[in-house]
Ligand binder design. Sequence first.
Ligand code: FAD
Length: 309
Amino acid sequence: MVWRNAFLAVSGNERLRSFVSSSRVTRGVIDRFVAGESAVDAVRAAGELAERGIYSSVDLLGEDTAHPAQAEEITRGYLRLLERLDDAGLSGWAEVSVKATAVGLALGAEGEALAAENVGRICAAAGDVGTTVTVDMEAPDTVDATLRIATSLRDRFPWLGCVLQSYLYRTDADTAALALPKARIRLCKGAYAPDPVTGFTARRDVDASYVRSLRLLMASEAYPMVATHDPRLIDIAGTLARRYGKAPGDFEYQMLYGVRPDEQRRLADEGHKVRVYIPYGDNWYGYLARRLAERPANLMFAARSAVSR
Ligand code: FAD
């Protein structure tokens, strides 16, 4: 918990960001978890996964957008990315993941409307090339607005996915409300700073909450997207899917780029649908800090590989 809080606390520090990007050791961590800085890198990563029968969700890194021009730039980046994925013949394999704060949510009173409009533009472009979008979930104070945006766009884009985080107390109720037929729902533990007012801070409570929501989703007619690397939860997902008659293809497993690639392969080889979340772009710092907060061992892993290069 000490490590987790320390990494999350420095996730916005610019000086640390430039140190991290120039150090050989930490460069190894970036390269492991981020596909690259350009859309070409992301499309290449999605293509390599598709060749192995693995789907992807591509995230143009960006969050806490502070100016409307930045929100516009990121939105256009997504529109270009979708074109590139289509040109590469990958729109059947790759969707996109979008953060509401990246496309304007944090921009004051008009932010929610702007973010909804921009997510809508991205959805329209995704629909044109035959793929889907998932709206990522961010810090607890953005959850209501993010769910409102996703729900408001569902009429036009019924395939628009949303995310539930099991570390929040509210997630039992949100799961019950959102588990509608065909609703694409990614269930994860939650990657932001734990807060005893809004959510569980003990790992066992977060896991128990995950299992409760997973059971509800598997028993429903929704399309669960089981986003975890946790071997125990992956096993439980398989058991619940069998119990409630969900065949492979009625739900999917999701993991992060660079995390447990052997397990991704194993599940795909067993006939499951597996999707890997591929982040790319030069705004990788907050994303990386969350990965290190979850598992400081990631830094040790990269340090060892840098030393042995
Ligand atoms: P943890 O509790 O971190 O780990 C449990 C166990 O999994 C570990 O004990 C270990 O056995 C295994 N494990 C974990 N990491 C590794 C590793 N690197 N190598 C080997 N074994 C490992 N969070 C959000 O808040 N919003 C989002 O929109 C969001 N989207 C996500 C999308 C995807 C596809 C995924 C996979 C995660 C997403 N997350 C998101 C992050 C998520 O909330 C967790 O922070 C993250 O997945 C870590 O939790 P975990 O379930 O893997 O379990």
